[in-house]
Write a protein that binds this ligand. Structure first.
Ligand code: 4AD
Ligand code: MG
Length: 387
């Protein structure tokens, strides 16, 4: 009896002492009994029997008031501790798992593409060049070309990792380092590619709805906007999309790529992701196959609803050797650097397709947050290399 009482007195004294010294973010180790707390739904409380102070924190820079985003980004290493950021990171983790599960469960082989490359994939304007033992190397913009080699060996493959683009524009949708998953399939045409894309996106969304309800609640996400995401998705041609813009009296030059406001105007016509196919070939990369008219590239871009922008870019690849050489030259790319890639069209070339889904844009959409920088732990943009 005496022992229990004196222990309680000691604890009380300790509590009073700590009350004035414990600062926000101090670390404690508490021993005690965990029991249900009827006042909070499903919550528990600890009846403490001992408290050990591990570290008294300095004055914490992030207070409960509103801070500017730039300040919070400077303190990203601390901001990650906030409830909202925690929820976003958990949803990112779940999205990554859903992506891997989808392809692993369907017989795709994981083949990692390299990060250092000797050639451009997505144009030369966003290449990060680095010195590589007295020659130039580029940080990869996309693992696609290596997946094309892999698909010729294994049938269906994917890679999933960081990609790098020297994006000089400050937008809500561009990072210089972002993650992309890129599946590639042999004996697959553009229509079969679109079938997989809609099944894949629907799977990710339903998986996150199933496993991240608490996190989505913290983010106050309007779930009704995600619950309807299932196949089929609307499929429209580039020309149809231009017609939507014209009907809305938007100033748009036929033959150019859609800018963010154009994408928003097109996507606002649909409550599901919209797949835009049949692009004027000049808008697309050298590797895209063209349709029978030779005017349009067999590419597809998927625009997420609610203005979250292009989450997927993909298409059917040119499988003819000589046409591919012609395209490489037309795009003023060095044919020599693509020697290995051209080999793929010499030894058993088959129709094949694939796509790339941007992880951070997808997480932005799922979380309902307007800026991509919160969807990656330590974002890299033109103006940010730290923390
Ligand atoms: O449309 P993109 O450029 O397509 C490719 O790279 C193809 N080689 C993919 C393939 O077919 N295997 O990029 C694909 C997706 C975009 O739709 C977007 O979601 C994301 O990657 N993305 C970016 N995300 C964040 N920041 C950037 N700077 C991005 N650039 C592309
Ligand atoms: Mg694209």
């Amino acid at each position: 009896m005496f022992n229990v009482l004196s222990q309680k007195m000691m604890l009380l004294k300790m509590f009073f002492k700590l009350e004035n010294t414990l600062t926000q973010e101090s670390s404690l180790s508490i021993t005690g009994t965990v029991q249900e707390d009827k006042r909070s739904k499903g919550g528990v409380e600890i009846i403490a029997s001992n408290i050990n102070v591990v570290h008294i924190a300095d004055e914490y820079p992030i207070a409960l008031k509103d801070h500017g985003v730039s300040f919070l980004m400077d303190n990203r290493h601390l901001w990650l501790r906030s409830k909202r950021q925690f929820a976003i990171m958990k949803i990112r983790q779940r999205t990554i798992k859903a992506i891997r599960d989808f392809f692993d469960d369907r017989g795709f082989v994981l083949i990692d593409s390299p990060m250092f490359t000797g050639n451009a994939v997505e144009g030369t304007t966003t290449l990060f060049e680095t010195d590589y033992f007295n020659r130039s190397a580029y940080l990869t913009q996309s693992g696609q070309l290596y997946q094309e080699a892999a698909a010729m060996a294994f049938g269906k493959t994917y890679c999933f990792g960081p990609c790098f683009r020297a994006e000089k524009s400050k937008t809500r949708k561009h990072l210089t380092e972002f993650w992309m998953v890129e599946p590639e399939m042999a004996y697959c045409d553009i229509n079969q590619n679109m079938d997989i894309i809609e099944e894949f996106i629907s799977y990710i969304i339903s998986d996150c709805l199933k496993h991240c309800s608490q996190e989505l609640e913290i983010l106050e996400r309007d779930l009704s906007k995600l619950e309807n995401i299932s196949s089929p998705f609307p499929r429209i041609s580039y020309d149809d999309a231009v017609k939507i813009l014209k009907d809305k009296n938007r100033d748009f030059k036929y033959g150019s790529d859609f800018g963010a406001p154009d994408e928003e105007a097109i996507a606002s016509e649909f409550d599901k992701p919209v797949m835009i196919h049949s692009w004027p070939h000049k808008t697309k990369a050298f590797y895209m196959k063209r349709d029978k008219t030779d005017k349009y590239a067999l590419g597809v871009d998927v625009l997420a609803p609610e203005g979250y922008g292009e989450v997927v870019g993909g298409g059917q690849r040119e499988d003819d050797h000589d046409l591919l050489v012609k395209r490489i030259k037309e795009h003023k790319l060095p044919v020599d650097a693509f020697k290995w890639y051209l080999d793929l069209r010499k030894y058993g070339s088959v129709p094949h397709s694939g796509f790339g889904l941007g992880l951070e844009r997808t997480v932005s959409w799922i979380c309902g947050i307007d800026h991509i920088r919160q969807t990656i732990p330590f974002p890299r943009t033109m103006g940010r290399l730290e923390p």
